[in-house]
Design a protein around this ligand. Sequence first.
Ligand code: MSP
Length: 532
Amino acid sequence: MPAKTIFLTTPLYYVNASPHIGHSYTEVAADTLARYHRLAGREVFLLTGTDEHGQKIAQAAADAGKPPQAFVDEVVTRFQALWKTLHISHDDFVRTTEPRHVRAVQQILVRLKDDRKLVEAEYQGWYCTPDETFWTEAELSAAGLLGAAPSCPTCQRPLEPAREEGWYLRLRANQDWLNAFIAKTPDFVRPETRYNELRRLLEQPLPEYLCITRPKSRVSWGIQVPFAPDHVVYVWFDALLNYITVPGYVDDSARFARLWPADVHFIGKDILRHHALYWPIMLHELGLPDRDMPKIFAHGWWRIGEQKMSKSLGNIVDPHAIVGGLLNGQPYAADVYRYFLLREIPFGQDGSFSEEAILKRLNNDLANDLGNLVNRTLSMIGRYCAGRIPAMAPVGCAVEDEPLRAAAVRLPDTLAAALADVQFSAALAGIMEVVSLANQYIEAQAPWQLAKQPEMRPRLETVLRVCAEVVRIVALALTPCMPTVAAAIGQQLGGLDRLTLTPAPSWPGLETGQPIATEHPVLFPRAEGIPA
Ligand code: MSP
């Protein structure tokens, strides 16, 4: 049997407005993990896309004076363009308005109904349109939010009363199963804080049902429920199903077996409830066994300075304004942005976004440390070795070279350990430690002094070869997060091999005498006027 493909997903983003940094965060994280596994020689499938139905989108289309389909057709292109700018390497991009998804959702609904998994009833409660989420009075009361004008426990915005006839999925009847499943699967949701949050949520009784349809009298922009002419599918029920409709749940069992279950559903902490309560119950009701339940990682939120990012505060950050504006003039602006997002805060925690913080990372980590290492190494090989990779002394590494060599060849293990826990910042910190070590090594070995003493020629060549080998391994290790920077370093070095995880990467791995590029332009021009 072929090995299971690593299946990574992002949320399907709402196309009610343009993408912002929050969307790009989930996307860059998922892409980096996908690139990492591909680099390690594994089969990967990265799925992303857009969530195009529901009341929120219908309202945004009406506000723009456009029919919903025309509206979403326009907004989706902004997401697609941004993913291109940010070098996202998705294998598929699904739009929930596409016939392949619509047909599959309808078939799944019919299957659930035929299997008597759905209940027809009337719902009475509250609805959060921005989150497209139902709340029962019991839940609001438990959260202390059931006043004269109840607000949403997740986003604190006002709720609308909802009283709707429709079709329901049983939540409470599945609660014992879900509790038992979660208790025995501590890595179902990461990080641990979110897992604990989920367990706390499950200490309360779940609402009896989840309404999975909406009357057309209220919302008509949705997938037609095949057996209820006056109803469309509730947008979350429709959107979550993408994770199985695209891998072929209804029409390609071989492909489904290869891809499913998802190895990581990347989500933000705000949509934990939908992914960690509703979604496993949906899958369980469809008859999927426990071993086919997906894994979830819920990351934190970016604040803008100390404020929440929101339309009403007018502080929404457009990634184009960072990549094309703030970082204008950086040859690898998108990679700098990717690096900042993943290095700045441990994945899973909240963080504060500011232009100054980006420029500090640019100056300190990238210009002073990484860029300097690459530039010094290549310039000295140009100057002292006629632009060709020098030979390592036949005895191999001297005592003073060994710590650096050892740290560099350990990098794949460092990455493997950090990324097994989806800890991008730890992985990048590990790479940057090697960069710092290499810069210290250059200072200590002072190749410019060695170059003045003809009898030290073999030592000079060894030192520069050690640096070149370290640069090569660093570039390989940076490939998942900074793909274009890594390629540029590879090109300047005269070619890169693949990152081998086991055994340790070859050392040396470059060809003696291989010509390096004649030009090695600065990778990261410094931003001026930023305190260190
Ligand atoms: N359409 C649903 C997801 C359906 S998945 C089947 C949705 N879309 S969204 O566009 O509102 O949000 C998408 C992602 O962006 C979420 O993971 C959310 O956490 C993330 N972010 C939105 N604002 C954010 C920040 N300020 N910071 C970090 N990520 C945030 O929810």
